[in-house]
Design a protein. Sequence first.
Length: 244
Amino acid sequence: MKQNIKCLLAYSGARYHGWQKTRMGPSIEEELQKSLVQILQHPIKLQAASRTDRGVHAEGQVVNFFTGKKDLCLKKIHYSLNQLLPNDLSILNIEEVEETFHPTLHAKGKEYHYKVCNAPYQLPFHREFSWHYSYPLQLDLMDKGAKLLVGKQDFSAFTTVRYADAVRTVLDVKISSDEGSLLIRVRGENFLYKMVRNIVGTLLHIGAGKIPLEELPLILSSKKRALAGVTAPAHGLCLKEVFY
């Protein structure tokens, strides 16, 4: 009988072409799969809660795989994985779960964090993990914009992909500031392609006065991507947590 194994991952997406295997370059899936095959000595199929894009980071990615390996010691597998994997990819936890568990289908929601450096200059070692946006920002306008995005509504204006149903539920959008560093937290049941990054870009444009706050409801109702703000760069985004 096969066991269903759930892993909690953290990684820097800086040098990867996203979660999913691709001919374009290295991927998180490929690195993890390669190490698991080396340890377990049988083919491995991975399923992930979120197929993070190129450059996107994660602190709470959830992945599962099945194995029929006898005398399985998860503690040893956990240790061995972290020895084999590159330094920019770590397994935080590993456990056996019910056979029916699926990291995507059973997810009730996700939380993403986006970091912004809102200062005249950016420290070099922060460049891979935050977007340098130097325009002066009015945080009160951004907060008001964030509240308008909460709830169940059509987010077609925040994606370039045409969906048959683009209605999504955003549970919370919070913005915090500390000495030139902004953290934008977006929590929702599920998201459209690049939706979080487009939300961030739109909120920053509102804060910088490039998009009037009163236009946000019109942008939502228009369903037109061209009316919303820019797509924030991938390197500022991090999958913080998946909820079950």
